[in-house]
Each structure stands twice: as C-alpha cells, then as structure tokens.
Design a protein around this ligand. Structure first.
Ligand SMILES: *Cc1c(COP(=O)(O)O)cnc(C)c1O
Length: 398
C-alpha cells in the first residue's frame, strides 16, 4: 500500500460509521509506474494500453500523457476511447468484430485494425470498399511455440479462437493484394498472458521476429510494424516478484536493433501490468465466525465487485487495517475471507493467516486495478456498488 492510500484509508476509517466498501485508485502511482515503463523502453518501441484491463475514464486520461495510444477490443471501447482520449491513436483488435464495428473503426479513423481471420478480412474488404477509405491492418497470427515455455493463460501457441493460422497467410496476403483499400502494415501477436519470466518473453519476441522475417522474405512483404501484444504478468502470490520490466528492457536492444534495421517498430499493448498495482478493493468486516472448525470473515462487498480472485482461482493478497480500540475476536488464526453473496464461491482468500480481526476492521486487497471491477458480475444479488476514490497528488483542483 502506498503511504497516500494508507493515509486516505485511515482518514476514512475515522470518519465512517456505516460498513465501508470501496475501490481506491492511486493515480500518482499509476503515472509514476507508466512513466518508468516508458523510460525503460529502448528506441524503436511503442507502448499502448489495452483498455479492457481497466477502462475507467480517470485511468485512461492519466495514462494518455505517457502512452503512444490505446487498444480497443469492441465497438463500445472504441466509442469510449474516442470520447475520453480523443487525440490519441487507437487500434482495434479482438475476435468476432461486427461489420458495423469495422465500419465504425474506419469512420473513427483508427490507426490500425488487427484482423483475426479470413472471414473478417473479407468483411473488412467489403466495408472498406463501401466507405471508400483506406484502412491499415496488422494480421494477428497464432503460431506454434517451438519449445518456448508457456504461462497460466495461453492465448495462442495451441488451438485457440484467436488469430490466423500460418497456413492461411498466403490466402490472407492474396486478399489484401486484391484490395485497393487495405494496406498491410505488419503482424500482431498476443500469445500469452501472465508472463512472469523475462527469458521466456524475450525468446517469444525473438520467435515473432524470426517468423515475420521469414514471411517477409518468402512473400516479398514491406511492413513497418510488429505488435508484440501484452501479457506482462503480475505475481499475485509473490507481489515482490512481478515481471522484471526494467531487466527486460535492458535486454531488449538485442531485439530492437534487429527490428530497427528492418524498419520495424515494436509495439507493446499492455493491460494488467500497467494498472493492476494502482487499484485497491476495501471491505469492512461485518462478521467473524467459526464454522465446523474454520474461521470466516464476512466483508461488505464480494466477488460481484471484485471477481479477480475467483477468476484467477487464487488467494488475493491483502492487508488488515484494524480499527482503533477494536477488541479482536480472533488472534493468529487462518481465516477465509468472503463477501456477502449466497454462494460458497464468493471467496477472496482462503485460510490466510491473520494476526487479529474483528467486525469493523477493514480488509484492503491490493493489485485490484486491472480485470477487477469491470470483469465482475455486478448485478448478482443487487447489492449496492462500492464507492470509488481517486487519489492524485498532481490534480490541482481535485
Ligand atoms: C487482453 C489483451 C491484451 C492485454 O493483455 P494483458 O495480459 O492485460 O497485458 C493485449 N492484447 C490483446 C490482443 C488482448 O486481448
């Protein structure tokens, strides 16, 4: 927890008498983190933000000063990004795009569109012809991994709904060559999420470049852009061991020297790694009870606000903010932290050691800034939504 967040929560805890439940975002920390990420990248690289990780307006606007652009994965995200960060380059990816979304993307002037299949390429041809406007594309490819280690969440390297099979590439290139409105700028890869290993990620990007090099030679392609996806990982179980971005960037010039020699820009489109650490989900403990020999703490809220632990099947890291003069109901016990939902799946952390706890104390879940509120089934049980606090040292008039 940053000192700013701790200070704010301590203040709130003194003021509040009703059970508390909130998201707290540290935008100063987000800005510092993004700037450090940006600074570490060698020349020849771009940093985009994948909005689906957390599309809150304040997050997008805070990021917009330090990223090169944003990735949208639906027509809804495109519209939203156009409103929130109007002057930034947008890219449009994702499976199952509607014709209406393709038309919208062209009309809204997306910088480059990521094509996921031959069907989509055909639809885009028709839409682009009707619009009469040129559209730049990257072909999203799924490729075999050839010995490179995987992660907990594979988007490719095995059969998935994402991207084109290499065998379809000749047909895709023929279709593009026959489309006066479609211009191939390069290729897109996003094969893994939750990457924690620098060596693996460097090997993966090297493999992408080898592939692209082969394709360019074989088909006489002139391209200028390779999107190497996101997938940079957060280590929820050992938060001191997230992906080592600075080490990764130090070793990246090995790769970028090669891509720059070909005239290729490397574009990253990160989500989780950018916003996870700036968000906190806070629940006030409503009840502490022992049931068939195990301790449970029931907090205000639950996985309908914060589905991340359920989605990841992990025990989410947390700390306890005790209320002053609150007599503990338990000491040094393993406790399962749950929410208010009538389902045994509403668990945020299971059997975690807790030094002292009582109703009125607050549970502060860290790393709750990505794939958290926006992936949760918010209407289940019709509980009220959490409050939201935005902390920002730089906001003069906040
Ligand atoms: C979700 C997604 C990302 C972001 O992934 P993270 O693991 O959050 O970095 C990037 N690119 C594509 C195509 C995605 O679907």
């Amino acid at each position: 927890m940053t000192p700013q967040v701790l200070h704010k929560l301590q203040q709130l805890q003194q003021q509040r008498t009703e059970p508390f439940c909130a998201y707290v975002y540290d935008l100063t920390a987000l800005r510092q983190h993004t700037q450090a990420m940006r600074r570490a990248l060698p020349p020849g690289c771009e940093l985009f933000y994948a909005a689906k990780a957390n599309p809150e307006a304040a997050i997008l606007r805070t990021l917009s000063a330090d990223v090169d652009g944003f990735e949208a994965a639906s027509g809804g995200e495109l519209n939203w990004l156009r409103q929130q960060v109007a002057d930034k380059p947008l890219i449009f990816g994702g499976p199952g795009k509607l014709e209406s979304e393709l038309a919208q993307a062209i009309e809204q002037g997306v910088e480059v569109l990521h094509v996921e299949s031959l069907t989509e390429l055909n639809r885009l041809q028709a839409v682009a012809r009707r619009s009469g406007q040129p559209v730049a594309v990257l072909l999203r490819m799924n490729i075999a991994l050839e010995g490179i280690g995987g992660t907990r969440l594979m988007m490719g390297g095995k059969p998935t709904p994402f991207g084109l099979d290499e065998q379809e590439l000749p047909a895709a290139l023929r279709a593009i060559a026959a489309s006066p409105h479609i211009r191939l700028r390069g290729f897109h890869f996003h094969l893994m999420s939750h990457q924690l290993d620098v060596d693996n990620h460097l090997a993966l990007i090297r493999l992408y470049l080898d592939k692209v090099h082969d394709w360019c030679q074989r088909w006489q392609l002139t391209i200028d852009l390779i999107n190497v996806g996101g997938g940079i990982g957060i280590n929820y179980q050992q938060p001191e061991c997230h992906f080592d971005w600075s080490q990764f960037c130090q070793r990246l010039p090995d790769i970028t020297q090669r891509s720059q020699a070909h005239g290729w820009t490397l574009r990253f489109e990160c989500g989780r790694f950018m916003t996870a650490a700036c968000g906190y989900y806070v629940m006030e403990v409503l009840d502490v009870k022992k049931n068939l020999g195990e301790w449970f703490a029931i907090g205000r809220g639950g996985t309908h606000h914060f589905r991340t632990p359920a989605a990841q099947s992990h025990n989410h890291p947390f700390s306890v903010l005790r209320r002053a003069q609150n007599e503990p109901w338990l000491r040094d016990q393993p406790v399962t932290l749950v929410g208010q939902l009538c389902t045994p799946k509403d668990v945020l952390a299971r059997q975690q050691p807790v030094a002292a706890l009582a109703p009125g104390d607050w549970l502060v879940f860290s790393l709750a800034g990505a794939y958290a509120w926006n992936i949760s089934h918010q209407n289940f049980l019709m509980h009220s939504p959490p409050e939201v606090f935005w902390l920002d040292d730089d906001a003069a008039s906040a």
